[in-house]
Design a protein around this ligand. Structure first.
Ligand SMILES: [Zn+2]
Length: 192
């Protein structure tokens, strides 16, 4: 029997561009199509609390498993899984590239979301590398919070608060906190 070819899609862009929303849309469709889906997210992403779901800014959710590092993903992947989603992959570092290559060699479809750039416009490892080896790259933009143009960057406009509290943070509160710290900006307004 011929083995299936792996397929990698990277959904990249700045904060607030709807990356997680797009991932949730795709995995929900796949589930309707009777595909077996597993979604992972880094344990560092505590913005919406410590539960295991993906949350989009638009309020959609999908079940996911939390991993502390990229190498934790492979042992958790079921043989029967068709599609593996990895959200906020910029937190999983360079070693994610090898993990993704392994999944692809096993014929899996992998969908990754991540920030292509840091808030100071530096390439955000490992997303640019994954974009280079991807079959398909979906680059999303946000809306500039100053002028309404297409925003390909996000900028830090306040101090970063940690949410490493043992309390369950209220999602709405944490989202507001995020918005106070980072803003989507277009090329022109990034300099301001
Ligand atoms: Zn602007």
């Amino acid at each position: 029997m011929k083995r299936r070819l792996g397929y990698l899609e990277v959904i990249a862009g700045p904060m607030y561009c709807g990356k997680t929303e797009e991932l949730i849309r795709q995995v929900k469709r796949a589930t309707i199509g009777k595909k077996k889906v597993q979604v992972f997210k880094p344990a560092i992403d505590l913005r919406y609390g410590r539960d295991k779901k993906l949350y989009s800014h638009a309020g959609h959710t999908f079940d996911s498993e939390m991993v502390k590092s990229a190498k934790d993903i492979l042992p958790l992947v079921d043989k029967k899984t068709d599609i593996i989603g990895i959200d906020e992959a910029q937190h999983l570092g360079e070693e994610l590239v090898e993990v993704v290559e392994t999944l692809l060699s096993r014929g899996k479809q992998v969908i990754i979301t991540g920030l292509a750039l840091t808030f100071d416009r530096k390439p955000f490892t490992p997303i640019p590398t994954l974009m280079a080896i991807a079959d398909r790259v979906t680059k999303l933009s946000a809306i500039c919070m100053l002028c309404g143009e297409e925003a390909v960057y996000h900028k830090r406009v306040g101090a970063v608060h940690t949410t490493a509290s043992s309390l369950e943070p209220d999602p709405a509160f944490i989202a507001k906190l995020d918005d106070a710290v980072f803003q989507a900006r277009c090329r022109r307004c990034w300099e301001k």
